[in-house]
Ligand binder design. Structure first.
Ligand code: FAD
Length: 347
């Protein structure tokens, strides 16, 4: 029987893959790469399936689920520790490892589902920290040369929830990630106002490592940013839209309605996608269509319940982005990867 992708995605949507292989032993990679090339067929690389909307038709080629495990650490100079992680290792295991070993650099990524190998794809991050802050290089299989290559972080094209891997998908499969963490009893400086408020400290403070991670985990729980194993919000991909950048005119509109704007180091303004959805009338818990709802705690998390199709689910997301664009002129972009029809033009 062909493997349903719904069994491997947190939305539990997606039809069968033509062929499906789980990669567990790094030594087997050459065989898997060969199998994925012969006969020539499309490939889809899957981690934890927490940031992907798979099509109802499934996938007409080979799906490789990355499930290799392993974390190794090597002390460098001046309290730096080089940590290398297999692609299939859950990001949560890396965070646990760092906290247990007293290493700072990934503590604010606590509670994010998915694998470490997928984290560089969208430069996964939260609470002012992102994987690119400490990632120094990756090893990847280059499908165009059929070689394993080491790519330094400086060549990964990292930005806000983006990398060159996401811009040009398909060429590289990440096999390992290497990070430089710092031996410290204190966390990285707090740069995110919400976290500063939660911890009741000024921006720039370095709270104790464990305290910082507990504060983030507790706040994620309270704000519906965790993946429940059951219940009404169990089928989701987290935030469905990125926080869009806005021009001065759009920023003025947001300001006029009291919306929050965040400025990055280059002075570029972003507006909260969740606020935009609320601005056009949506709220946590609201029904968007049969079996499709905003999560009970967050407008920006859209959950599936019952027998929903990915086509219906995506249709709702496109409808939401059209409504926001019509009301504000601001274009929202999907955060999860999709392999379906293109976004219909705004009417
Ligand atoms: C409750 C919840 C909360 C979340 N919170 C956050 C958050 O705070 N911040 C954030 O950034 N994200 C968040 N996410 C999104 C998601 O968890 C992350 O983006 C995560 O890094 C995706 O990992 P994954 O293994 O599930 O990737 P998948 O969904 O399996 O894959 C995502 C993309 O990466 C590609 N890919 C996966 N592995 C590899 C590999 N080894 N090599 C090459 N390509 C690969 C896939 O083809 C796909 O395009 C959240 C999701 C949920 C459900």
């Amino acid at each position: 029987m062909r493997e349903p992708l719904a069994d491997h995605t947190t939305l539990r949507l997606g039809g069968p893959a033509n062929s499906f292989i789980t990669h567990t032993d790094p030594a087997d990679w050459a065989d898997i790469a060969r199998a994925a090339c012969e006969p020539k067929q499309p490939r889809l690389i899957l981690g934890g399936g927490s940031n992907i909307i798979a099509t109802d038709a499934g996938f007409p080629g080979m799906v490789v689920r990355m499930a290799t495990r392993g974390i190794t650490a090597r002390a460098l100079q001046q309290g730096q520790v080089e940590v290398t992680v297999e692609a299939g290792e859950p990001l949560s295991s890396l965070v646990d490892f760092a906290l247990t070993e007293g290493l700072s650099g990934v503590e604010y990524l606590v509670g994010i589902p998915g694998t470490t190998g997928a984290a560089p794809i969208q430069n996964t991050g939260a609470y002012g920290q992102q994987i690119s802050d400490t990632l120094t290089s990756i090893t990847a299989y280059d499908w165009s040369t059929h070689r394993i290559v080491r790519i330094p972080a400086s060549e990964c094209g990292f930005g806000y929830r983006i990398s060159s891997f996401k811009r040009h998908p398909g060429r590289f499969t990440i096999l390992t990630t290497t990070l430089h963490l710092r031996r410290a009893s204190q966390a990285a400086p707090v740069t995110y106002q919400l976290l500063a408020d939660v911890l009741n400290v000024p921006l720039g403070t370095r709270p104790p490592l464990a305290e910082a991670a507990v504060a983030v985990a507790t706040d994620r729980q309270a704000r519906g940013l965790t993946l429940p194993s059951s219940g009404p919000d169990a089928r989701q991909v987290g935030s469905v839209f990125l926080n869009p950048t806005v021009n001065e005119h759009q920023a003025a509109h947001v300001r006029a309605y009291g919306g929050p704007l965040h400025y990055d180091a280059r002075g570029e303004a972003r507006v909260s996608a969740g606020w935009l959805l609320q601005h056009v009338g949506y709220a946590p818990g609201c029904r968007l269509a049969e079996g499709i709802y905003c999560s009970t705690q967050r407008t920006l998390t859209v959950v599936a319940r019952g027998s929903v199709t990915s086509e219906n689910y995506l249709g709702i997301l496109y409808r939401l982005s059209r409504e926001v664009e019509q009301a504000t002129g601001i274009q929202m972009h999907l955060e999860p990867t999709t392999r379906t029809r293109k976004r219909p033009a705004a009417r």
